[in-house]
Design a protein around this ligand. Structure first.
Ligand code: AMP
Length: 213
């Protein structure tokens, strides 16, 4: 089973991915996390990616598909959750030709909500756990509860970059979404609701798919 999770920045993809992965025993492939790992390791690739991510732009399709397909090969026959891929029409087409998607889940969220949510987000660069300064603070300031790694603000969570990422989502990722629109495989959920409500609706969609599969 291949499930893809779409949504603008701050729509709750990371939070919902964690819950879905645990409940349905999926392998979680987050392209954003993979790219951030390359940057942290300061590899040749990472150095060339840093500016692209910091500006809120998309990494070129050829590079992204190569990175993602390399990961797919590591998990043959396993149920996967793709978080952050595809993000363009070309990526959706490449994925369809290699590993067709069974279910496309979409989280919707308006820009003002996204700006509010991301303004206090902090991230553990070691394990990827996310916190929020006021809604979900770490037990000890600046230290990850889970792995004790250092927490910091994502450079691309600054408001002007969030606006840029949101408009990239509307311009480019909506085109990828259109690919699934009439396939009967797409389900949109209001990402502005509470995390538990959103999770319940996502589970309904997954369960329905499993019943009919
Ligand atoms: P995310 O963690 O999903 O918000 O992704 C962070 C950043 O990684 C995005 O703003 C893009 O610069 C880059 N990125 C992640 N996934 C993709 C993708 N599928 N295609 C192009 N760029 C991506």
């Amino acid at each position: 089973m291949i499930v893809v999770l779409f949504g603008p920045p701050g729509s709750g993809k990371g939070t919902q991915s964690e819950k879905l992965v645990e409940k349905y025993h999926l392998v979680h492939l987050s392209t954003g996390a993979l790219l951030r790992r390359e940057i942290t390791q300061a590899s040749q690739l990472g150095l060339s990616l840093q500016g692209i991510l910091d500006r809120g732009e998309l990494v070129p399709d050829t590079l992204m598909t190569e990175l993602l397909f390399g990961q797919l090969k590591r998990y043959p026959g396993q149920a996967l959750l793709l978080d952050g891929f595809p993000r363009t029409r070309a990526q959706a087409e490449a994925l369809q030709a290699t590993a067709p998607v069974d279910l496309a889940l979409v989280l919707s969220a308006p820009l003002d909500l996204v700006l509010e949510r991301l303004s206090g987000r902090i991230l553990c660069h070691r394990c990827g756990a996310t916190y929020h300064r006021s809604h979900n603070p770490a037990r000890e300031a600046g230290v990850c509860d889970r792995c004790h790694g250092p927490l910091s603000v994502r450079p691309d969570d600054q408001p002007e970059i969030v606006r840029q990422r949101y408009s990239v989502y509307l311009a480019q990722t909506q085109a990828a979404l259109a690919f699934y629109q009439n396939s009967g495989k797409m389900r949109t959920v209001d990402g502005a609701r509470s995390p538990n409500q959103v999770f319940q609706e996502l589970c309904q969609a997954v369960d329905l798919y499993k019943v009919n599969a």
